[in-house]
Design a protein around this ligand. Structure first.
Ligand code: SF4
Length: 372
């Protein structure tokens, strides 16, 4: 059956770039009317992401469903490294010639499973694209975590197909500099800086685990992107998610008068890491503290936020906050760093088309018709 092995891959990884080619003319709304349970599944995906619940996925290799190309003797490809997908450019020619047969009934089931998986993913994307940035960010972080965990247990060929589909150039496990820079700019650890890496022939020397980390960052970027698709059928689910998100935000981002729904993704990311008890770097602490002071939050409330940090020291934190606020030291109130500076210190996590996180906040407030 044409494309048969790829349907299995899509079932597990429905975000792959070749999905539209395999499901040309897919009428999403019509399909969702046929399978309303997919809407509920997609809604649950978004709600789980908001709550931070992970739903571990089993890999194709674990399920014994690895694509059977390795044993294929149909001689339908011309690629250099058969079945390793080392140089695969996803032209899909070999899969289009696939003559493997499991019998019509099983083949239809495999195709349907892939279609449902793609529909669920697209539906969740449509839902989050209509919601506030912090929800989309949580969805992106959550899904990237789930899929990258499955990839850790996956056969090498599948990892290569996923990497290729995301536009990552791999040679062995080495990653091309252009892909490396795009992903590592989002990882806040000095080890990931290009100057601390060995580069040969345009590729950064990496182990498999590090290449997987690069893939995870690309997944986050992909899942954070908005889609312009709109489906009126999803309105009730949207309202439901909004209600739940409102409750969740109250607990999680109770920042008093400050409107966290207008925070840029970078600040939401730092806040969420602090809330999860992660040890955020000094540059990120400075960024979030100065940002919160600039949007009108008081020092005491900011101090409360840092209480969940693993190395919290009340006296030291209070001094630092008051110093940034201009109450201590040289009496200079600091402005939060620009997007360029955020990028330099790997604290930028999206491309928002603004030059400063405060501009992002003020534009959003203006749109809402409120004064910051
Ligand atoms: S572009 Fe600017 S506002 Fe957006 S995430 Fe990056 S630093 Fe933050």
């Amino acid at each position: 059956m044409k494309f048969l092995p790829l349907f299995k891959v899509l079932s597990a990884y429905p975000f792959l770039s070749f999905a539209p080619k395999l499901f040309e003319d897919l009428e999403i709304e019509e399909e969702l009317k046929k399978f309303p349970e997919i809407i509920e599944d997609a809604k649950r995906d978004v709600l789980d992401a908001i709550r931070g619940d992970l739903n571990p996925k089993s890999s194709l290799s674990e399920r014994g469903e690895f694509i059977p190309c390795i044993n294929c003797d149909l001689n339908c490809w011309k690629c250099e490294k058969i079945a390793s997908f080392e140089n695969c450019d996803l032209c899909l020619d070999c899969f289009a010639n696939c003559k493997i047969s499991y019998g019509l009934k099983i083949e239809e089931e495999i195709k349907l499973s892939a279609k449902k998986s793609v529909l669920r993913f697209v539906t969740a994307k449509i839902l989050v694209s209509k919601l506030e940035d912090w929800i989309r960010m949580r969805y992106a972080v959550n899904k990237a975590e789930e899929f990258s965990k499955a990839l850790e247990k996956e056969d090498e060929a599948i990892v290569r197909i996923v990497a290729r589909s995301l536009g990552i150039k791999l040679k062995g496990w080495d990653v091309h500099v252009s892909s490396y820079v795009k992903a590592s700019a989002r990882i806040r650890d000095d080890d990931w800086r290009l100057v601390n890496r060995f580069v040969s022939d345009g590729y950064v020397k990496l182990e498999k685990a590090q290449a997987l980390r690069i893939i995870k960052e690309f997944l986050r970027i992909l899942f954070f992107e908005k889609t312009n698709l709109s489906i009126p059928l999803l309105e009730p689910q949207l309202r439901e998610i909004e209600k739940m998100a409102k409750r969740e935000k109250k607990v999680d981002f109770d920042l008093g008068e400050v409107d966290s729904s207008c925070f840029p993704p970078c600040m939401l990311e730092i806040l969420s890491e602090i809330k999860r008890g992660m040890n955020v770097p000094h540059t990120a602490r400075f960024a979030i503290t100065s940002f919160l002071l600039n949007v009108g939050m008081n020092s005491e409330d900011i101090l409360k936020l840092f209480k969940s940090a693993p190395d919290f020291n009340e006296e030291k934190s209070r001094y630092q906050i008051e110093h940034i606020a201009g109450v201590k030291g040289r009496a200079t109130r600091y402005t939060s760093p620009s997007c360029d500076t955020m990028r330099t210190y790997q604290n930028c996590v999206a491309n928002c088309n603004v030059s400063h996180p405060l501009i992002f906040y003020r534009k959003c407030k203006k749109r809402k018709g409120l004064k910051s």
